[in-house]
Ligand binder design. Structure first.
Ligand code: NAD
Length: 446
């Protein structure tokens, strides 16, 4: 058991903090966003993440989990400080480390003895060393002898997926710990004792290797998605069905069936920025990561392709002018309200720029979508109910495969649409079923 500060209470920090408390640790989640901390203190959860509210509540009740904006107090009480702040892309594609640096320096200004500072944010190789330098720099300014207690930096990248984050954190495929000495490693074993006892694979490396594992994993998954998207595009040209192709490929144990679902391109808060950052790391190191560079541009093309698919399906050039499209699903995937880099943003902007009006629907992401699409707000109406969005629209676009969109009443859908055209960008439906109801059906790669 350890006493822990988690700096940054977003998707990763809040889930990590709550789950680490569930493992028996004492956890203080700190954020500089006061309204977020107020919401949490009042028993609210600022993000949509299934199952998170239960874990948060039971650990508040047990006294193991608390929330604060006071980093200094939290750090003084803790042995281990997790950095879980954002690392968004800078203009040149590299990961912007300003939030990580701010936390590292703030921690150093508050330490009162030996601490382990754990980088959980996704950061480029070499960041662990930078964190150590930032901390040493602040300690040297203090002149109070505290530098003598020392500190260790650890890299512990996070692999949770939004939408199943609690389950992923509680039952990870592996825990990666990059550390330089046994003292830090043994404290990390205390932090993850519950998982360690459950025989979760525990991979110990140096800091640089741990940092690389995270980027290499995310970039590989982005490549896999992009690969099947390109195969899907080819399938459309040659009369093959990508779903059968993917199913058969996935049965090969060397390939595996996960991440072989074609669609409108990957999005979210991780793959786009992590592939960009990885490509940048390669360029800086003089190693051209050509597969990752190609993946980034292919993914951009995939989103554009969806816009053309819809335009062509409705009659070709100029056909979107004056048309109203019902868009079901906005988030980059189901079970999250996260709209960062969601393909829906680019696709909706493209459709609107070609003259379409949008009637959009999403169970959780409307609030996040509406401010991101503020500049074209006049062209978009939002609905909580999918059938309200469909009423009077010309055609249906299924953008995100939330469960409630997987089993639509197709007769009702047809009666609400002006023309029965269905663009299924997630291949949820069977062509025969949809065409049997009188729709013109477009999917991806079949
Ligand atoms: P987020 O934007 O949801 O949360 C970051 C939080 O940090 C915000 O609440 C912000 O207010 C807070 N913050 C910023 N500066 C701070 C400071 N100085 N002191 C205290 N709090 C501060 O980000 P996220 O999605 O949780 O991602 C965090 C990191 O984890 C990123 O590096 C990301 O790449 C990585 N990651 C994310 C996921 C995911 O699915 N979201 C998965 C694995 C890894």
């Amino acid at each position: 058991m350890a006493t822990i500060t988690v700096a940054g209470t977003g998707y990763v920090g809040l889930v990590s903090g709550a789950c680490l408390a569930d493992f028996g640790n004492i956890v203080i989640c700190v954020d500089n966003n006061e309204s977020k901390i107020e919401t949490l203190k009042a028993g609210g959860i600022p993000i949509y993440e299934p199952g998170l509210d239960d874990v948060v509540r039971r650990n508040i009740v047990s006294g193991r989990l608390s929330f604060s904006t006071d980093m200094a107090q939290a750090v003084k009480k803790s042995d281990v400080i997790f950095i879980a702040v954002g690392t968004p892309p800078a203009d040149d594609g590299s990961a912007d480390l300003k939030y990580v640096e701010a936390v590292a320096r703030e921690v150093a200004r508050s330490v009162n003895g030996y601490k382990v500072i754990v980088d959980k944010s996704t950061v480029p190789v070499g960041t662990g060393k930078k964190v150590a330098l930032w901390i040493s720099d602040e300690l040297s300014k203090r002149n109070d002898g505290l530098a003598a207690f020392g500190f260790d930096v650890v890299s512990n990248p996070e692999f949770l997926r939004e939408g199943s984050a609690v389950q992923d954190f509680m039952h990870p495929d592996r825990v990666v710990i990059g550390a330089e000495n046994e003292k830090a490693r043994s404290l990390m074993k205390d932090v993850y004792r519950s998982l360690y006892l459950n025989e979760t694979p525990y991979i110990e490396t140096n800091i640089e290797t741990a940092e690389m594992i995270k980027y290499a994993s995310n970039a590989f998954l982005a490549v896999k998605i992009t690969y099947i998207n390109e195969i899907a595009n080819l399938c459309e040209k040659v009369g093959a069905d990508v779903q059968d192709v993917a199913k058969a490929m996935g049965r090969d144990g060397r390939i595996g069936g996960k991440f072989l679902h074609p669609g409108p391109g990957y999005g979210g808060s991780c793959f786009p920025k992590d592939t960009q950052a990885m490509a940048r790391i390669g360029r800086d190191a003089g190693e051209n990561l050509s597969i990752i560079e190609a993946t980034i541009s292919a993914n951009d093309r995939q989103k554009e392709r969806m816009i053309s698919k819809i335009e062509n399906g409705l009659g070709g050039n100029g056909s979107l002018k004056g048309k109203t499209l019902a868009i079901l699903g906005l988030a980059f995937k189901p079970n999250t309200d996260d709209m960062r880099e969601a393909p829906a943003l680019t696709i909706i902007e493209g459709l609107v720029s070609r003259g379409a009006q949008i009637r959009a629907c999403d169970p959780a992401a409307i609030k996040e979508a509406s401010w991101r699409l503020e500049s074209i707000a006049k062209s978009i109406e939002y609905f909580d109910d999918e059938y309200d969005a469909l009423r009077g629209s010309d055609a249906l676009v299924l953008m995100t495969e939330w469960n409630q969109y997987r089993n639509l009443d197709l007769s009702r859908v047809k009666s609400l649409l002006k023309i029965p055209v269905f663009f299924d960008l997630r291949n949820v439906y069977k062509r025969d079923d949809v065409e049997g109801k009188g729709f013109v059906y477009f999917a991806v790669g079949k």
